[in-house]
Design a binder for this molecule. Structure first.
Ligand code: FAD
Ligand code: FES
Length: 367
C-alpha cells in the first residue's frame, strides 16, 4: 500500500515532465522551421529563405523552377538536384526512386528535402531556362471520349522556345495549394506563340478535371519548357516510336519533323491502347502507313479483341515491339507512356542493344 502510494505520484510527475519535454521539443522544431536559412544555388546565387517548406516549393516561391512530373508527391523522380550541404534526412520516396550511388553523391529529390538548416544546392544550368508563362485558352476539342486537345495562346511571355518531346507543368491553385502536373507538348516548335497539349480526363483527378473544365478565353499558368528533347540523328537510318495511351501525344510532331528532314528514314511506330475508344491521331498514322513505304505502323489493343480484318494487333505494346522489331541496324527510339510500360520496355531495349541517351530517348549503335 505504502509503495503504491509513493509510486503513483512519481509516475504522474514523470509523465508531466515527459509531456513538457515533448512540448518543448515540438516548439523548438517549429521555431527552427520558421527561421530564415541561407540557400546557395550553384556557386553564384545566394538567397535567404523561410524554413519549413520543401526545397521544390521554396525554389518555386523564389522563381527558380525545377522539373516536376508529379507536383511534389515524390512519385516521378524528376526533381533531382544535388544537395552537398544541409537538408532533412532521406525520405522513404527517395529510398525508392534514387539509386544507392546517387544518394552517396548527394543527389536528392527537391520535393522531399525540407528546409531545416542552411543549404548548398546544385542544379543543371538548363533549369534556369524554365520560365513561368501566362496563357489563355485558344481552343479545345475532344480527340477521343476522354481526351481533349487544348491549345494555349501565350500571353506573357508571348513566345516559347522548346524542343520536340519536352513538356510543360501546368499550375493550378487548388484550395490554396499550388498543384503542378506535366503535359507533353504536342505541337511543333515552329508554332512558338501557341502550344497544344492532349489531356486525358482521370476520374477524380485534380488537374485533368480542371483542364477539361476550361473554356475559350480562360487564363492558365504553366512552367516550361521542361525535360529531355529529341532531335533526329541524320546518321541513323531507323526511328522507333513506342507510345502507350495518351503518350502518343508528341509523336505526330516528332514524325512530321523526321519526314521533313529525313524523308527516307525507316520509321516504326508501336502504339498501344486498351481499346478503340482510347485511340487518337490514328487516322493520321494510318494514312502515312498507306502512303509511305518507309512508315511501319503497329497499333495494338491490350483489352479489346480486334476484328479478323482489322489492322490492330492484340497484346501489350512491349510484347508487340519485342515480336515485331527485328531490324539489326543502328536505330534511335523515343518511348512515351505510363511508367509501367516504360519499366517493361527497359529490359527489352537493353536486350536489343539500345543505350539510354536521356529519360525518353534511346539509341542502338551499329551492331
Ligand atoms: C513528364 C510527364 C508528361 C505527361 N504528359 C501527359 C500528357 O501529355 N497528357 C496527359 O493526359 N497526362 C500526362 N501526364 C500525366 C499528368 O501529369 C497527370 O498525372 C494526369 O493528368 C493526372 O493528373 P490529375 O491531377 O488529374 O490526377 P491526380 O489528382 O494526380 O490523381 C487522381 C487519382 O488518379 C490516379 N491516376 C493518376 N494518373 C492516372 C492515370 N494515368 N491512370 C489512372 N489513374 C491515374 C492517381 O493515382 C490518383 O489516385 C504526364 C506526366 C508526366 C510526368
Ligand atoms: S518526385 Fe515528382 S516532383 Fe519530386
Amino acid at each position: 500500500m505504502e509503495l503504491s502510494g509513493f509510486l503513483v505520484p512519481l509516475v504522474i510527475m514523470n509523465l508531466v515532465v515527459l509531456f513538457f519535454s515533448v512540448l518543448i521539443l515540438i516548439f523548438k522544431e517549429l521555431l527552427r522551421e520558421k527561421r530564415q536559412f541561407k540557400l546557395q544555388l550553384n556557386t553564384e546565387k545566394k538567397l535567404m529563405v523561410q524554413g519549413g517548406g520543401s526545397l521544390l516549393s521554396t525554389l518555386f516561391e523564389n522563381h527558380y523552377f525545377l522539373p516536376s512530373g508529379c507536383g511534389g508527391k515524390g512519385k516521378c523522380g524528376y526533381c533531382k538536384v544535388k544537395v552537398p550541404k544541409g537538408g532533412s534526412s532521406i525520405s522513404a520516396a527517395e529510398g525508392i526512386l534514387l539509386e544507392r550511388k546517387q544518394i552517396k553523391s548527394n543527389v536528392r529529390l527537391a520535393c522531399q528535402v525540407r528546409l531545416k538548416n542552411d543549404l548548398v544546392v546544385e542544379i543543371p544550368e538548363e533549369y534556369f531556362k524554365i520560365q513561368e508563362f501566362e496563357a489563355c485558352i485558344h481552343e479545345t476539342s475532344y480527340v477521343n471520349e476522354l481526351t481533349k486537345e487544348i491549345t494555349f495562346q501565350l500571353k506573357s511571355p508571348s513566345n516559347i522556345v522548346f524542343k520536340l518531346g519536352q513538356y510543360i507543368q501546368v499550375l493550378y491553385d487548388f484550395h490554396g495549394e499550388m498543384i503542378q502536373r506535366g503535359y507533353v507538348i504536342a505541337s511543333l516548335p515552329s508554332q512558338s506563340e501557341m502550344i497544344k497539349i492532349n489531356v486525358q480526363l482521370i476520374e477524380g483527378g485534380i488537374m485533368s478535371t480542371y483542364l477539361h473544365s476550361l473554356r475559350e478565353g480562360d487564363k492558365v499558368r504553366f512552367l516550361g519548357p521542361c525535360g529531355d528533347s529529341f532531335s533526329p540523328d541524320s546518321e541513323c537510318g531507323i526511328f522507333v516510336g513506342i507510345a502507350g495511351g495518351v503518350g502518343i501525344s508528341p509523336f505526330k510532331s516528332i514524325i512530321q519533323n523526321i519526314l521533313e528532314v529525313q524523308p527516307t528514314k525507316q520509321i516504326y511506330l508501336f502504339y498501344g491502347v486498351k481499346d478503340f475508344s482510347k485511340l487518337f491521331d490514328h487516322d493520321f498514322f494510318s494514312s502515312l502507313f498507306r502512303t509511305l513505304p518507309n512508315f511501319h505502323y503497329f497499333p495494338a489493343f491490350s483489352e479489346e479483341i480486334p476484328g479478323p480484318d482489322s489492322c490492330f494487333l492484340k497484346g501489350i505494346i512491349s510484347k508487340i515491339f519485342q515480336e515485331n522489331f527485328l531490324e539489326n541496324e543502328a536505330a534511335e527510339a523515343v518511348i512515351c507512356g505510363p511508367t509501367q510500360m516504360i519499366d517493361s520496355l527497359i529490359p527489352l531495349f537493353r536486350k536489343k542493344d539500345f543505350v539510354r541517351i536521356n529519360q525518353k530517348v534511346w539509341a542502338r549503335k551499329n551492331v
